[in-house]
Ligand binder design. Structure first.
Ligand SMILES: Nc1ncnc2c1ncn2[C@@H]1O[C@H](COP(=O)(O)OP(=O)(O)O)[C@@H](O)[C@H]1O
Ligand SMILES: [Mg+2]
Length: 305
């Protein structure tokens, strides 16, 4: 319909595609959940999206319907691309998905080997350029997309570093607990230090992010502790935090145990009330990030979603 009516929201060629890393070095904070819903939100609204699963745990790949270590070989993932970039070309490992306009580079356990293989390559060749492997891969195909979303592993290892080099936007999910808040602060601090070191050792420019957004994740507003920590986070992170937050919802748990996102459910698993509330929060978070992306496109700057 959008094609017929000429209302596709695609970027103009002069607009920089948004290459978003949904990161935090803790597991279980809702990275994959937010990354997947965000990717589907953009695809549903007509953008051209590439989702790159960079986590060897491959939970996002599973949500696209694959049994990562049964259905996929190592050549099907970024690992294959790293080993034989000339032969394969990154386009070969991009798959269509059941979502129109949403393509996938999947992952499986073997991707974990990249961690020490990248480190080994750097030590052997005394060369840090390999850290650009994901950036270069994206570069060869990015003309076909408006949005690239990367789901990195929950650790600041080599693959995460390569993701941070490739990204031009960051979305950081933070659950409102003191422990998660503290570890997010160390994540941001460590990332900054590592980037600075990379800049010094490799004599390279630090990646510039068009926006860095913190999103309250797995928020339970009935808990006074969550409300308190959330308000503290708003004071500390200021305008870098989205107004919207992702609440803890039984609908997300239920959907994911059916290998679906909430956007894919045909009807509520719990109740209409729980479902509607969850959808409202998901849509608000996704729209906030969409607004950030549009703000970086010269052809749309200032435009509302
Ligand atoms: N807002 C939420 N409400 C309820 N369950 C959630 C929520 N966010 C994530 N989960 C569940 O928590 C688990 C871990 O989430 P996930 O997104 O995979 O975290 P990460 O990628 O950071 O490790 C998954 O089973 C997911 O379904
Ligand atoms: Mg994950």
């Amino acid at each position: 319909m959008r094609e017929v009516f000429g209302t596709r929201p695609w970027r103009e060629p002069g607009d920089t595609p948004a290459i978003i890393s949904v990161c935090n070095f803790k597991g279980g904070v809702g990275k994959s959940t937010i990354a997947l819903h965000l990717a589907q939100h953009f695809a549903i609204h007509g953008y051209r999206v590439l989702f790159i699963d960079c986590d060897s745990q491959a939970s996002s790949t599973m949500m696209f319907g694959y049994r990562p270590d049964v259905d996929l070989d190592e050549e099907d993932t970024l690992y294959g691309h790293f080993h034989n970039p000339e032969l394969l070309g990154v386009r070969k490992i991009i798959r269509k998905t059941h979502f129109h306009n949403l393509d996938l580079i999947p992952s499986n356990l073997r991707l974990y080997n990249l961690e020490y293989e990248i480190a080994g390559y750097m030590a052997k060749n005394q060369n840090m350029e390999i850290i650009d492997l994901i950036a270069e891969a994206i570069d060869t195909v990015v003309d076909d997309y408006d949005i690239v979303i990367m789901d990195p592993p929950p650790a600041l290892g080599m693959v995460s570093m390569a993701v941070l080099q490739a990204a031009n936007c960051m979305v950081i999910p933070v659950p409102p607990s003191l422990v998660d808040f503290a570890s997010t602060v160390s994540f941001i601090d460590m990332t900054r230090t590592t980037m600075k070191q990379l800049e010094k050792i490799a004599g390279r420019g630090r990646p510039a992010y068009n926006f860095i957004r913190l999103v309250g994740s797995r928020v339970d507003e009935s808990k006074s502790m969550h409300r308190e920590v959330l308000s503290m986070m708003r004071q500390v992170f200021g305008g870098s935090m989205t107004q919207s937050v992702m609440v803890t919802s039984a609908e997300i748990d239920n959907a994911s145990s059916r290998m679906k996102t909430v956007f894919e459910l045909e009807k509520p698993v719990t109740s209409h009330e729980v479902y509607n509330r969850c959808m409202r929060h998901l849509n608000d978070v996704c729209k906030d990030i969409e607004q950030d992306v549009l703000g970086t496109w010269a052809s749309r700057a200032g435009g509302r979603v």
